[in-house]
Design a protein around this ligand. Sequence first.
Ligand code: SAM
Length: 356
Amino acid sequence: MSSVGDRQFEAYQAFLLGCKLHWTGRIFPALHAQYRDKAERAANAGTPVTDATDVAKLMEGETLYRNFAWLERHLQRFKYSGRWGLQPVHDAARDELVAELDAPIPEGLLELDPDFEIPTYFRSVDIHQHPGGIWSDAIAGYVYERGARSTTPLLDRDKDLHYRFTRLVNERKQGRRILDMGCGFGKSTRPFWEENRDADVVGVDIAGPCLRLAAHDAAAAQARNVRFLQRDCRRTGLPDASRDVVTSTMVIHEMPPPAIRDTFAEAMRVLEPGGLMIHLDFIPADDPFMHFMHYGHGRRNNEPYMEPMVKMDVKQTMRDLGFRNVETFDFEEMPGALASRFERWRFPWTVIVGEK
Ligand SMILES: C[S@@+](CC[C@H](N)C(=O)[O-])C[C@H]1O[C@@H](n2cnc3c(N)ncnc32)[C@H](O)[C@@H]1O
């Protein structure tokens, strides 16, 4: 990939990441301790906390919470904007990046739809605070890829959550025809085509700029077993019963509940009998504080469907569509993340699984 930015850009982004780690590892535990104290007092006073609304009443006026929320919103904004933000720095390298995307790749690796209509639910918000979203600018895939490095900063493959998730999927079912729904720039698809060399892997997404990057990445690695298609995961156009594994990573929470239901229905259609649907997404633990923090994250990071997704009954939706052996369970995205002493802020990673 072209070199984007200079040392000052790298230093600025590293500084923001340092601030984020401080927010994660120092401010969040202090906030949680403050909440526990206040919740205990409330319980002793006969007004126990029962849900996220009660937590809001206790915490929203607190300076520490306000600092936490401000940093959550604005560190992400600073990542994209300003002199060394991802957007202007990539913009300065636009010609080079576009030329890279225009370079030829093997036939069949990428199928874009020039008439594709981005769904309204997705175009109506700049998701993750990414200016213009991840679909409207030709170089948005690069911006998203660089931004995602500090969302999951552990680059070591064994610690990378995408590889960890792929291993879990493979243990459940070694797919031979795998569909990755909402594949983005291919980060979630890559472990599947890398670790399942005999499998036929398809990644679908609505965001053309991301798909182009995914395809170039696969071409550079001389992958022969993957294709990227610009399709809505509610209507993939793939034949009935043509896949044995349908998966997604961090996609479900980006959709309003009716779209989630339609996506599950599409998975049911394209799966062969006995096939596995398995998604990795975010469902907080049954704890009012965790719900309050998660809903706040959704608001502050421009992810409006995070809260409705948690509030819908995902498992019942799957059962109603005919899925069997439906379950959800916590996912350990990095070693030790599920230990009781783990006190840093983390996404509530959850595996959602059912069989046809
Ligand atoms: C947070 S990103 C995750 C990307 C990738 N799975 C990963 O783990 O890096 C969510 C992706 O879902 C895609 N998406 C949202 N709605 C979709 C839909 N209806 N059909 C296909 N993709 C969709 C977005 O374009 C985006 O690339």
